[in-house]
Structures are given as C-alpha cells and as structure tokens.
Design a protein around this ligand. Structure first.
Ligand code: BGC
Length: 306
C-alpha cells in the first residue's frame, strides 16, 4: 500500500507490505521510519529540523560523492576539477549543497515501490555535468531495496550512498555484525584512507561478533558486499553491488541521540577513489546509466541460520 502524507511541510511517502513499513520524506529522500514486525529499525528525528540541518546525514541519500575526497580534487577524463571543500581542506559527502539538501520529487509509484528524482545542475559543488538522479525504494513483506539510477550529460564522478543509521540494540556496540571483508582501509588524521590492508583482529568481522568499539572505516568485500546485522530482536541481511562499505558507529551523533545509539553501514565507492589507482573508478561517462542497489532483508533474530 502506498500513501502520501505531510511531514512538517515536506511530503512523506509511505509503503506497507505485510510486516515491513517504510516512510521517506522528500527532503534528502531520507528514510524517516523503517519498521519490521512493529519494531523501528532506524534512528529518526521527530521533526524536520535535524533533516534540514543535515545532522549526521541521518538516513539521507548522500552524494554526488559519499565519503571524502582529498583536497576536493578530481581528474575527470584528463581535466582537473576543484570541488567545494566542506570539511577542512577536503570534501565530505558531496559538499554543502549535496543530494541530501534536495527536495526530491515523486516520479513513479506502485503498491510496493516509489521513485524520487532530482537534478543536480552542471557545476554544483564543483562537479561537472547536469546529473539526473533517481532513487527507488521497494518493500516486500520482509525486505527493503534502495536502487540508485543516474545519468549525466558530461563525464563526471558519481558515488552516492544511503546513510541509514540502524538501531537494533540500545547501543550499537552490542549489535553483532558479520562482514565478508578480508581487507579494509586504515585512515589518517583527516579520516582519509592510507591504503588497502588485510584485516587484523580489530577489523575482522568475518565471523558474527559484537561491534564492540568505534569504527569509521571502509571495508572491501570479498566478492559482492554482504553483511549480517544481528540485534536484540531483528536481524538484517544486507547485500549490494557497490564495491565497498563504510562502517560508521555514530561516535558523533546529534544531541537528540546517545553516543553510538545507531550505526551506518554505507554501500559506497572507496573514499578518495578518484585519486587512487587501487580502487574501482567512480567515473560516470556522459550518457552512461548508473544503476546500483542495496538490499536489506529482515527476520526475527532467532531465525538466523549461521
Ligand atoms: C563518515 C563519518 C562522518 C559521518 C557524518 C560517515 O559516513 O564516514 O566520518 O562523521 O558520515 O555523519
């Protein structure tokens, strides 16, 4: 079932299918609620202010480039571009007027799915090309899928994410996590990657275990991105065709939330990939179609078979 309602002056689009209920607001195409079997799975703001301020990019669509780009510099098809730098001398999450700031419009809907779209003009936050972006949210009785599509009229880079913060336990340190990643990216003092290294004990989540401490790191999956998030009541099986995933445990959340109340597992391109030859390229050629997904399947925690 699909419904439109008001969320403090913004449109709110809701889907309900069996045990899964999803609401997304037009601002930043942010998920304002995701419930499975009556349980809220995400952190959420009570009103529009937190989303308008872009605090922690809570549950928003982030882009054009999710994560950091060193010096805000990119070389696209042989030409240097200086992007807007909004975190010291680097760019974070696409700049101040990124996709999280857009008021997205409804472009299609059905009983299980809807699509929100927006346009980022040529040169916005320093990125070349007029970029048309669509994000579709689809639910089934026990899943949510986010699909990203985009096309640009000039060669550009594009690497969005969905910045959903899961809250499956009162503290995310108690949520158990399994990641199919034998490599990760250690970071420097500016949170930029230093390289790609094999996981040591601290970063090895290949067997299900509590998150336990703070992370803000990119993991490189062995094959397709996949993860299991296991909370008090609900488990989430995550899979995506993005080349990497960032684990951010919410060390710095807005005052409305306790520290580490939720964590984000962001399907992404690697941080700073435009400046790295060891990572998949985020180049989106003029006229080429970007099309990637992130899928979340839910079940009662006692039903997970390890
Ligand atoms: C980044 C963190 C950043 C947070 C902002 C995450 O994706 O990895 O470094 O603080 O977003 O909310």
């Amino acid at each position: 079932m699909f419904e439109i309602s008001d969320f403090f002056g913004y449109e709110r689009y809701s889907l309900r299918c069996g045990k899964t209920e999803l609401s997304v607001i037009s601002l930043g195409a942010a998920i304002s609620s995701l419930r499975y079997d009556g349980q809220e799975l995400l952190l959420g703001f009570e009103d529009a202010e937190g989303y308008e301020k872009g605090w922690s990019y809570l549950n928003m669509i982030v882009g054009r480039y999710a994560n950091r780009i060193r010096g805000g510099r990119v070389n696209i098809s042989g030409r240097e571009y200086q992007l807007e730098c909004n975190e010291g001398r680097n760019q974070l999450h696409g700049g101040t007027e990124g996709l999280h700031k857009k008021r997205w419009t409804l472009s299609a809907h059905s009983d299980e799915s809807f699509t929100l779209s927006c346009t980022s003009p040529d040169g916005e936050c320093g990125y070349p090309g007029e970029l048309k972006v669509s994000v579709s949210y689809t639910v089934t009785d026990a899943s949510m899928t986010v699909r990203f599509q985009a096309v640009s009229d000039r060669d550009t880079v594009f690497a969005p994410t969905t910045h959903a913060y899961f809250r499956l336990n009162p503290s995310c340190f108690d949520t158990r996590l399994r990641l199919n990643a034998s490599r990760y990216m250690p970071t420097d003092g500016e949170n930029l990657p230093l390289g790609i290294c094999p996981v040591d004990e601290r970063f090895d989540f290949r067997s299900l275990r509590p998150i336990g401490e703070n992370y803000d790191h990119c993991f490189i999956p062995d094959g397709e991105c996949s993860a299991l998030l296991s909370g008090e009541k609900t488990a989430v099986f995550f899979r995506s065709d993005f080349p990497a995933m960032q684990l951010y445990t919410g060390e710095f959340l807005p005052p409305a939330f306790e520290k580490n109340a939720g964590f984000a597992l962001e399907p992404e391109f690697c941080p700073d990939s435009p400046n790295r030859s060891d990572c998949p390229s985020p180049l989106l050629k003029a006229g080429e179609r970007f099309d990637r997904f992130a899928e979340y399947r839910f079940c009662p925690v006692e039903e997970i078979l390890l």
